[in-house]
Design a protein around this ligand. Structure first.
Ligand code: SAH
Length: 345
């Protein structure tokens, strides 16, 4: 184990076998070594600044049927909503006034937002907030569409690869969804010039440490600018309703390892992490995360955008959340940055 950790710290690279060995056999003191190294790297590159992104959940209408997801098309119990362009602008205004300089538009794959409408929304936000970053997280599209969004002024795109092991990807997705297409989308996004975010869930049903080791190898090789990981959490209207949630310890360990593999990565402490542990965000930061994505969605939307059960902060007021977050991060020796928070690669 000592040799593997030494190799990881020195070369930022391991084989899949070594990643598997590492995450299967680390003891408490190994974890602490990795955590300290991760925090050290994060501070060397990003100082004590934590970047914030205003998350706008634009729609829970989706044409896909990912087995794990609460807003999948087949869920008849899901109350659907979508935000209009004006709703979205209102969220941006609120976020801007609170000091957010990145807006993340996330949603199901909702065909109401045609390429033209989406491009119009992006370019209106771009005109109004020239100094802000616009991040999209609206799923798989063809390359021309991504290009159109980029030309309209979007800068970043989050599309978790979900699973680097094709066999496992196919276990948690219906056959209409294609591993190759998702991977192709990530390559296209990079090609166009987006800052790209990949990522995966931890502890989803039947996932093995081998699968996670393959995810780590993928992150090492693809080197995304951003990497979103969080625990799988079951949703009552999915076939995984009775499955266990992912473990916080594994998520924290993986956050540290990802920071070490790819020191410049923008690494969020995700909402799902804050959901399985009330101090999840803090713990994430103390394991190498440097991004937090507060929710800017209107309260009705927030309550309906339920990918999993028990989502936190559905009743928070954005301004109070921001005040508390500022204080919390200060108490930990960090500071919430008022900036776009680009990747320093
Ligand atoms: N439709 C967009 C946005 C997906 S939602 C897309 O396809 O990229 C963002 C992420 O939430 C997903 O990529 C998935 O990894 C995560 N997610 C979905 N269901 C979840 C669950 N039950 N538990 C934890 N995370 C979940």
């Amino acid at each position: 184990m000592e040799n593997i950790i030494k190799k990881l710290l020195e070369t930022h690279s391991l084989t899949v076998d070594e990643y598997e060995d590492l995450i299967t056999n680390v003891n408490i003191s190994d974890r602490e070594v990795l955590r300290c190294e991760a925090v050290k790297l994060s501070k060397e590159i990003y100082g004590n600044e934590i970047y914030v992104r205003g998350l706008i959940e634009i729609s829970n209408i989706c044409k896909n049927n990912c087995y794990y997801c609460g807003i999948r098309a087949g869920n008849k119990n899901c109350e659907r909503y979508r935000l209009t362009a004006n709703d979205i602008y209102d969220c941006c205004k609120m976020g801007y006034d609170l000091g957010y300089r990145t807006f993340v538009l996330q949603g199901g794959e909702d065909l109401y937002y045609t390429d033209d409408l989406m491009a119009e929304i992006i370019s209106n936000i771009r005109k109004k907030y020239p100094g802000c970053a616009i991040t999209l997280s609206i799923g798989e599209k063809e390359k021309e569409t991504y290009q159109k969004f980029f030309d309209a002024g979007a800068n970043r795109y989050l599309l978790r690869h979900e699973a680097a092991n094709k066999k496992y990807y196919e276990t948690i997705h219906p056959k209409e969804m294609s591993y190759e297409h998702r991977m192709k989308c990530l390559l296209n996004l990079r090609d166009i010039g987006f800052q790209v975010g990949a990522g995966f869930m931890v502890g989803s049903p039947k996932q093995t440490n081998r699968d996670l080791a393959m995810d780590l190898k993928f992150i090492e090789e693809f080197k995304p600018e951003m990497c979103g990981i969080g625990p799988f959490i079951p949703h009552k209207d999915t076939i995984y309703r009775d499955e266990k949630a992912g473990s916080i310890d594994m998520v924290l360990l993986l956050l540290s390892i990802i920071r070490i593999i790819n020191p410049h990565v923008l690494l969020p402490a995700t909402t799902a992490l804050g959901t399985i542990d009330k101090e999840g965000r803090e713990k994430g930061v103390l394991h190498g995360a440097n991004v937090i994505m507060p929710n800017l969605s209107p309260s009705d939307a927030r309550k309906k955008y339920l990918l999993y059960d028990g989502k936190v902060s559905v009743n928070d007021v954005a301004s109070e959340y921001k005040n508390n977050l500022d204080k919390l991060m200060e108490s930990m020796g960090y500071k919430i940055a008022i900036s776009r928070g680009d990747c320093k690669k």
